[in-house]
Ligand binder design. Structure first.
Ligand code: FES
Ligand SMILES: [Fe+2]
Length: 435
């Protein structure tokens, strides 16, 4: 068992001891990953992107939202799934069951639910769905209930023309859909041990949401990679550090994850982070001190995490623990902060070289203006970091396409990137091998 001890640098990093696996590195603990430089052809090739559509996104369980988005009978939202060439409606029925349907009318194929702009997502509450084109209507559980001028049709059996249902299941309040007719495995089996270790975290209490979305001109995996390694943080984000001295110290210390673990197609990094309120003499940005908040969340929630965290969260029970970033294959991330709030990321592919990024911050509903301001500070600080990442990724994508370099070396702190690309290839290969 190797022990890494950082040199003293005045930032508290000297206390950081990390137990890497006995083989010497996180990466070598998973020999199937190898340690060779990897190719990013899977992030620039239009052919590979088409293969991902079929092999991954039309077959995997995909998170499309949370149950709080459909709070009562008739609440619905639509989700554009361009990668699977469809749009779906998620709706709570009068029996309180949440269902999903392809967003298509059975008459002549009009998109059923949209307002003003057919390609934009929609949400609301209704008693039934009525098609804008010729007025066919559907109940909340997808049955065709009304045909305009029905007597002029040639014996359309309404029973056979209901909305096309999509497999849906819920885990810890997260709504997942699966577009294949017969999912390879049930949701819980797919989410596996990593999800089981998170069960019991109070997701249902953290319902104050701040949402961002942006189209990023980079492959979806390229952005996932940026958020599943923090090796870049002391370099790319150094201008966000309050003083040049601190930035230099963090740069010299480098980044060292507390723990990395793979669970089938999923993976997690457990990381250090702010664990206490900064003292008065410590440099922080003025807005942070004013609102008692920052990138790591509202200071006054520090230590407010549930007394007993589920076993999968801060899995090593490190006193320096600040956050865990859980990467669910293919494109869904839950990032849990010690300060008792969490983020989700989604990366919805649009083409080989672009995707829609969604970041959502979830807090406990604020009890007063100060709490609300603290949450706002965390939200806008997050946006600054994400913009720095997004910018860089577009630069990366633009040069990967040149294909002048075909192999890229990854370090041990990038083990999760290595895993994502391998798993994606595995799914594509397995699908194609079926013929
Ligand atoms: S396409 Fe929907 S009613 Fe005609
Ligand atoms: Fe970053």
């Amino acid at each position: 068992m190797a022990l890494v001890k950082k040199k003293g640098d005045g930032t508290g990093w000297s206390a950081l001891r990390i137990q890497k696996p006995s083989v010497g590195s996180w990466t070598q603990a998973y020999p199937e990953l190898g340690t060779e430089p990897i190719s990013y052809e899977d992030s620039i090739s239009p052919e590979f992107f088409e293969a991902e559509r079929e092999a991954v996104f039309k077959r995997c369980w995909l998170n499309v939202g949370r149950i709080e988005q459909v709070p009562k009978t008739g609440s619905y939202f639509t989700k554009e799934l361009a990668v699977a060439n469809t749009s779906i409606i998620v709706v709570r029925g009068s029996d309180q069951k949440i269902r999903a349907f392809h967003n298509i009318c059975r008459h002549r194929g009009n998109k059923l639910v949209w307002t003003d702009y057919p390609d934009r997502e929609d949400r609301g509450t209704c008693r039934q769905f009525a098609c804008k084109y010729h007025g066919w209507r559907y109940s909340l559980d997808g049955k065709l209930t009304f045909i305009q001028q029905e007597e002029e049709f040639f014996g359309v059996d309404k029973e056979k023309y209901g909305l096309v249902e999509v497999n849906l299941d819920v885990w810890e309040g997260f709504i997942f859909v699966n577009l294949s007719r017969e999912p390879v495995e049930p949701l819980r089996e797919f989410l596996g041990e990593m999800a089981r270790g998170m069960e019991g975290y109070p997701f249902h209490k953290l319902t104050q949401a701040f949402r961002y979305r942006a189209e990023v001109k980079a492959n979806w995996k390229i952005f996932m990679d940026a958020f599943q390694e923090f090796y870049h943080a002391p370099v790319l984000h150094k201008k966000q550090i309050p003083t040049p001295e601190m930035a230099q110290a963090l740069y010299e210390a480098g980044y060292h994850g507390i723990h990395y673990e793979l669970f089938g197609p999923h993976r997690v990094v457990s990381s250090t982070g702010q664990t206490r309120i900064p003292r008065d003499e410590e440099p922080v940005k003025p807005i942070d001190r004013l609102t008692r908040s920052g990138l790591h969340g509202p200071w006054d929630e520090l230590g407010n995490a549930p007394a007993e965290l589920p076993r999968g969260i801060n899995p090593t029970r490190s006193p320096l623990w600040g956050l865990d970033s859980f990467q669910f294959f293919p494109n869904f991330v839950i990032l849990i902060w010690k300060a008792n709030w969490y983020l989700t990321y989604h990366y919805w592919p649009l083409a080989a070289d672009s995707h829609l990024f969604e970041g959502v911050l979830y807090f406990a509903p604020p009890k007063n203006a100060a709490e609300r301001l603290a949450q706002e500070t965390a939200a806008v600080t997050f946006k600054e970091f994400a913009l720095q990442d997004g910018n860089t990724l577009q630069a990366t994508q633009s040069m990967l396409k040149a294909r002048v370099v075909d192999k890229f070396p990854l370090c041990d702190e990038e083990v999760l990137c290595r895993h994502l690309h391998k798993v994606t290839h595995d799914w594509v290969n397995a699908y194609q091998a079926r013929g």
